[in-house]
Design a protein. Sequence first.
Lengths: 482, 411
Amino acid sequence: MIVLISKDIEENKARFYSEFNNSSDLVTRQLQTLCKTEVMVCYINGFIDKEALNDNIIKPLIENLVSPMEIADTVYISEVKEISSFQEVIKGVVDGHVALFHEDMDKAFILNLCKYAKRSIDTSSSEQVIRGPKEAFIEDLFVNKTLIRRKIRNKNLTFEDFTMGDQTNTAVSLVYMKGIVNEDILAELKSRISQIKTDGIFDSNSIEEYIDDVPNSLVNTVYNTEKPDVLAGKILEGRIGILCDGSPNVLTVPMLFIENLMAAEDYYLQPIYASYLRIIRFISLFISIALVGIYIALTRFHQEMIPTDLLISISGQRQGVPLNNFLEALLMIFFFEIMKEAGLRLPKAIGQTVTLIGGLVIGQAAVEAGIVSAIMVIIVSATGISEFVNPSLRELIVVNRLAFIVLGATLGLYGIVCGIVVSIHYLVSIKSLGVPFLYPYAPYDRKAMKDTILRCHVYKLNYRPRYISNKKSRRRNRRDEI
Amino acid sequence: MRYKSIILSIILIIAVLLSSCTSSQEIEDVGIVLATGIDMEGDKYLLTHEVIVPKSSVSDKIGQGPNVQYVQSKGDTIIDALRNASLVFDKKLFLAHNRVIILGEDLAKRGIGDIINFYVSDVEPRESTLLLVAKGSPAHEVMGIKGGLSDTPGKYLFDLLENHRFNLKARDLTLNEFLRYFLAGENVVVSTVQKIEQKEIDKEEEKPNRTILDVTGGAVFRKDRLIGYYTGDEMKGFNFLIDEFENGLIIFKMSDEVVKDNKFVARSGQYLVVEVKASKTKSKVELVEDKLLLKIDVNIEGVLIEDTKGLNISSQAMLEAVRSACAKKVEEYIVRTLEKSQKEFKTDTFSIGNLVHISYPDLWKEISDDWESIFPDLDYKINVKVDVIRVGLINTPVNIEIDEERLKENK
């Protein structure tokens, strides 16, 4: 039911207060203009630019306004909206605008003076680079939009706004390149987003959970980044970005598995070195998941596969260790996880101490006391270090590692192989918004292979990934089309 | 999807249950065997195993290496003896890392077929294990001798055999190769090992360790029985015949005539040595006037690595003389070995029968049963071609007086 605005200012004021339940941060100011009529401005304290209010609204109104019809022409504000329903007034005020009522008028004006304290643009904390742009998104949606717009100065860059969260009314914005984006994927994403019914959205992660293809899986099918240059690159490949007010993490869909192994800096480094780094990341992924399992499988089932000298050394270290190596591995990983969690949550100064003490106690003292063998400490630490190489796969790595330990301890290398087979089957089976997750490996696409584990020279990257972007779209025009 | 995953898990589970690959053993519960010695005592096998004593590394000094312990057990068969070891030794013997199997001489003379049988058919021992015969002694007598820098006696013996490629007076033969020759009906030459005494060197030590091992020579088997030994030099001829003579040395003399111009400072040198860098032996059997003729072509590329005669190698004639002298020596090596196998052992140890089989399959069918009697009278023709590709780094020998003419030549 639409409530119309009254001509009586006092009535409007009373309604305004009662709609907001006399909340203490409301401010109203009534004043007389030059033509002796009464006007009222309402806003939320701290949400607007007070100086601008004084100089650009109140002052011109008092000094210049002669007729109510000229309000919009009198105030020095670029964004003025004339409205007639009280709901719109409330929405505007909640968004940090100033509502202006005039005596004897059943309309009100919403003036955008929004200004509030926000973090300034900073370097990214989770995706650090040595070379390349260092700025990162902040919590403010409008600033984030500007950051993208500054990267892609093109009329086809399109933002599409939504409001989400029944209580929080959070602004969410889709961003894509018209003409490059795959319209089917865009339609699918919009339908998923429109179906979200929730109380509140505080971070882009809340949206991620709603639009994820495989919500019960450890695999992320939605990519997130903090860096405008990464987002711009993905948008140019035909992906769709999802910005959420209040979150510095911007989501992109569809996501491919290979994106986990990519880093922003890859594109600012020599192609050969960048490819080398990606191979290292891939090997680290394997090590972090399977190394402990393989070690247990080898030492329990396949001693003949260990080189003799190493076997003698392991056998020597295992003498007198009370736990068998399966339990030993679980114990070590358990303490490793505790250390990781402790180091992460504590303030920085104490965090270092925790790592130091943890490293000393678990690494050295435990070996010397004969509780665990030195080789196990080496294996678990190697696993732990490798885990940090692929931060976006952390959840997957940690849980799968345990699975591989159990497989290795019960079935040996056969179990490890089974684990790998099942994992790959699973990865092949899932999709991200209709795009196969393992693309371009499965289904195989030769043209898209140039930017996967190996990154070819940029001048060879002629085609956009076929499944993601608009079909047949090239990254640059052919010579005759220029 | 669900249907597929059920099928997949059933297949995986069946594979586990049927493959019987589920028995695990903890690494600290096995005794890692590095060397095995096999002897006969009466009717029973006597097995000696060299087992590593693992030490927790923290208290050990680096470089000390592991200790070993010896486990002896008897049994009617090999596996019986192996299992009997568990009555006297607390860990399960683990044969997958066994490097060498040493056969006692007596055992080797009685036949080793059933031993090879076990070690090849059992899952644990590797086929790459080296096979040796203890020359003139039981196997356990050559065990436990650590004459080198390797950590354990077994490793020491293994490394000695690995060295054979620098000095082709020995050979290494794995279980797998033995089996291959044996199944092809060929006679095998196996590595040997014997104990030798070293002259006392370390006077400081209270008990100087003077016993070391020597792997020179080869043990000749007819079928699975030991019938004799080749000496080190005969092994050279053998290695030429089986085309495995790389990095070996050819040591030969030349008549003093070729160097009659040289005035020696002191004693005139006797020998020249050519190190073989590449060698290819092509053996072929031909039927000449209804008689088999073995043709052996040897092509050698070598380096004149030692020259005690001060040869003026820059002259073509001299080089030619060196080549022919070297070739003559190679021929001598081969003839000596061939003669020994024909006259003394009357056994084809070079798989020449196989060559007949390849060239004249029909003929082979007729004569294969009598091959052992035909072989001793087989004629042969040896053709050696030597190419000297390098002659060392100096042009001016140290042990001869240099005259003006020679100096000029060298410049």
